[in-house]
Design a binder for this molecule. Structure first.
Ligand SMILES: [Zn+2]
Length: 147
């Protein structure tokens, strides 16, 4: 499967979410790598969570990431967010690039917290920043939410 994003033409991806169609497509090779499958599936599910999260909470999460960027925090909690964060560091500073980074970081953070995986080489954000993100997710999702 290849990315449909024209700026990433030809970039291999393992999964894609089609929010309007309510579909997630996964590469069948992921069945051989259960931990990757779990991380990627939960990441994709969090794209649907992001859609339903609402602007106030999306802005809150963005502000959390802006604090990290301002403090020079390196690393991320998944490959997708890492790639988007690198693009920001390379002066790709369009609003769209920032929003994509925030969304991918949200989804990777959700996968990190809820996929039931203990370690991943793609989790490179320092522990102090990880704790802040975990606290934010725990607070936001402490109470059941309407879909
Ligand atoms: Zn994603």
């Amino acid at each position: 499967m290849l990315s449909a994003d024209p700026r990433e033409r030809g970039t291999p991806v393992h999964a894609a979410s089609f929010l309007r169609k309510r579909e997630i497509v996964l590469e069948s090779q992921l069945l051989a790598k259960k931990s990757d499958l779990r991380l990627i599936l939960v990441h994709e599910i969090f794209h649907f969570v992001w859609l339903r999260l609402g602007n106030p909470k999306r802005r809150e999460f963005r502000a959390l990431l802006e604090q990290e960027l301002k403090a020079g925090a390196r690393g991320e909690m998944g490959e997708s967010a890492g790639v988007h964060k690198l693009a920001l560091r390379r002066n790709v500073t369009s609003d769209r690039a920032r929003l994509e980074y925030v969304c991918e970081s949200f989804c990777d953070s959700g996968a990190w917290l809820y996929a039931g995986i203990k370690t991943s080489s793609s989790w490179t954000l320092r522990t102090r920043w990880q704790r802040r993100r975990k606290r934010w997710f725990e607070e936001v999702f402490a109470a059941p939410r309407r879909c």
